[in-house]
Unconditional design. Structure first.
Length: 119
């Protein structure tokens, strides 16, 4: 995986709660999906995602950071070191997602997908 979870910051705080990700190798965020779920035992998580965020097509470079706020805002990027950027995304949720003991985040890398439309 070319991206790793660093931390969830300000859990349970409206408009402050955010997920920090670190980019390990050049990639496109289009191939990454985040969902929140919870632990059902100390060693296993639920397979039922409560909320899902699929990143839009957006190229990132090794050393960049991706910050996903659970609340509202406007997508933007800011330099933080020479040649590296912080990229800010917003989930648009009215509630915080990681506010109870046992809540967790899952990061998935998807190399391909297929859809089927009801017509």
């Amino acid at each position: 995986m070319k991206i790793e979870i660093v931390q969830i910051a300000d859990r349970g705080k409206a408009n402050m709660e955010r997920l920090h990700l670190k980019v390990l190798a050049d990639t496109d965020l289009l191939y990454y999906v985040i969902f929140d779920t919870s632990y059902i035992t100390p060693d296993s998580i639920s397979n039922i995602p409560r909320h899902v965020f699929w990143f839009p097509p957006f190229p990132v470079k090794a050393g960049d950071q991706v910050i996903l706020y659970t609340g509202f805002g406007n997508q933007k990027s800011e330099p933080f070191l020479i040649g590296r950027h912080n990229h800010f995304f917003y989930w648009g949720q009215n509630v915080t997602l990681w506010n109870k003991i046992g809540d967790c985040v899952v990061l998935l890398e998807i190399s391909s997908w297929q859809t089927s439309k009801y017509e």
